[in-house]
Write a protein that binds this ligand. Structure first.
Ligand SMILES: N[C@@H](CCC(=O)N[C@@H](CS)C(=O)NCC(=O)O)C(=O)O
Length: 205
């Protein structure tokens, strides 16, 4: 059985995994998983009902995206994405936590605006999530500074996580004006789009 990735074209956590698979040139089959369907088959693989889920050759499911990318990075020496050095490794994982945290908050904002009944919506909850997003983006921008990539000159998982998050923000919140306020993040995003791993995985419905 080939390696199978269950995900969607819109899911930014899935994109993170797809970019890693492409950078490391690991072949896989892509299966669309509709997490919102009541009888979604994803529960057969992930009891949390979330994508992405990587199904290994022996049928074992792996989740969540941070676990999957760590596994994939260890599978092949090509394009190492997570450094072995403890401190550098922690720095990369912290970038990933920051990027994924923006997604977690952004998904809650979308849920509040598009799924929750209008009379049950809580503006203070949305504000709380949006505050996290703006704080996290400002932190990313400050940490990136004038560097070429998140960790300096070397491309790592940090860039993949941040790039997937920035792409998703542009896709889902085109009205957010972070590209003009934080131009170094916008430049990083453009630089990442020059890689086929990113340009071939643009978010779409
Ligand atoms: N921490 C998880 C988050 C995955 C996640 O929330 N995925 C969304 C789709 S983008 C999902 O499956 N949502 C369905 C749900 O929460 O029930 C990861 O990194 O894989």
């Amino acid at each position: 059985m080939p390696l199978q990735l269950i995900g969607s074209h819109a899911s930014p956590y899935t994109r993170k995994v797809r970019v890693v698979l492409a950078e490391k040139n690991i072949p896989f089959e892509f299966t669309m998983g509709d997490v919102m369907a009541e009888d979604s088959f994803i529960f057969q693989f992930n009891p949390l009902g979330k994508i992405p889920c990587l199904v290994l050759e022996d049928g074992t499911p792996l989740y969540d995206s941070a676990v999957i990318v760590e596994y994939l990075d260890a599978l092949s020496d090509r394009c190492p994405l997570i450094p072995a050095h403890p401190r550098l490794r922690a720095d990369v994982r912290c970038w990933e936590a920051l990027a994924d945290g923006v997604l977690d908050a952004g998904i809650l904002v979308r849920w509040e605006a598009h799924v929750r009944e209008p009379h049950l919506r809580d503006a203070s909850w949305t504000l709380r999530q949006n505050t996290k997003i703006s704080h996290a983006l400002a932190t990313m921008s400050e940490q990136l500074g004038e560097q070429r990539f998140c960790m300096g000159d070397v491309f790592t998982l940090a860039d993949i996580a941040v790039g997937s998050t920035l792409g998703w923000l542009l896709f889902r919140f085109p009205e957010m004006d972070w590209p003009s306020q934080l131009p170094n993040l916008a430049s990083l995003h453009q630089r990442l789009l020059q890689r086929t791993s990113f340009s071939n995985t643009l978010p779409r419905v």
